[in-house]
Write a protein that binds this ligand. Structure first.
Ligand SMILES: C[S@@+](CC[C@H](N)C(=O)[O-])C[C@H]1O[C@@H](n2cnc3c(N)ncnc32)[C@H](O)[C@@H]1O
Length: 278
């Protein structure tokens, strides 16, 4: 039997129409996300609802807010972990913080922070490398559900055990278990770390810059966007950096999709670390 969700000109058209409707009716702008990503997520969501076609899904979504929320959440892939790419965290300790510490490093942004693991990892590194200095981490995402979990800062103990090796490989200077309290199932991040992190909703596609930062991490988010949206978001991130500030992207992301800027230095090509010079 033919797969009704297989790639076809008809399905492509239906997806474009659906995205156009989401934008027109609700102001939700997914029109420039990567077509492959959208097609996979939309088909998976239709199958989850036991629907037989994208046309059927479109009808349902326009009638029912709850199902619309479900689709929007399914566009937010929350995959993350603490000290993801441990070697990068080592490099942040050795290379990035010494550059930033010469000035008054005070504001950091984790953009597309998902359920908060990246923000807590950063807060730990900052605490260890800049003892006594208060650095605020702003951690933002589009997904309210992910932010809700990020604010709670409660993670399965099983996962924390796996994160311990990331912490150590990333140059951890203490015992990782110093940063949380645990019961038999879960770990809760310490209030001491939480008080330096502000979790808030921010849409990289439609919202503008909201502060000036010394360091911005935006990893594994641009991969979901097409080239022109990547360029738009990269400009937003660079405009949100102070002169001398550092931008770090994911290992499959780069500045290639934007027109070259003279005021950018490559700090590390493998780990996609860039500095805004003026
Ligand atoms: C794969 S996670 C990456 C999490 C973390 N940065 C990391 O590398 O582990 C991608 C995150 O981007 C968020 N995201 C997608 N589109 C967004 C947008 N327009 N504005 C803000 N966040 C967005 C998703 O909700 C999701 O939490």
């Amino acid at each position: 039997m033919n797969d009704p969700f297989a790639h076809s000109a008809v399905n492509e058209r239906l997806i474009v129409d659906l995205l156009q409707e989401l934008y027109r009716r609700f102001g939700l702008d997914y029109r420039d996300y990567s077509p492959t990503f959208l097609s996979r997520r939309i088909s998976a969501y239709a199958k989850k609802l036991n629907l037989d076609s994208i046309e059927e899904l479109k009808q349902k979504l326009l009638e029912n807010d709850k199902q619309l929320d479900g689709l929007i959440e399914s566009f937010s892939l929350p995959t993350t972990r603490m000290f993801r790419d441990a070697a990068l965290f080592q490099l942040i300790r050795e290379t990035v913080i010494p550059i930033l510490a010469k000035k008054q490093l005070s504001k950091v942004w984790s953009a597309g922070c998902s359920t908060g693991e990246e923000a807590y990892s950063l807060a730990i590194v900052l605490k260890e490398e800049l003892p006594g200095r208060r650095v605020l981490t702003f951690a933002t995402d589009l997904s309210e559900r992910s932010l809700y979990n990020a604010r709670k800062g409660i993670y399965q103990l099983r996962r924390m055990r796996a994160y311990t090796s990331g912490y150590q490989a990333g140059g951890g200077r203490a015992e990782f278990s110093n940063y949380y309290t645990a019961d038999h199932e879960n770990a809760m991040m310490n209030a001491e770390l939480k008080k330096n992190i502000v979790f808030a909703q921010h849409n990289l596609v439609t919202d503008s810059t909201f502060n000036e930062f010394d360091l911005i991490l935006c990893r594994n988010v641009l991969i979901y966007f097409n080239r022109s949206l990547q360029e738009h978001v990269l400009n937003l991130l660079l405009d949100s950096l102070r002169p001398g500030g550092i931008l770090i992207l994911g290992d499959k992301e780069s500045l290639r999709s934007m027109s070259p800027r003279k005021n950018l230095l490559d700090i590390d090509r493998t780990y996609r670390i860039y500095q805004k010079t003026e």
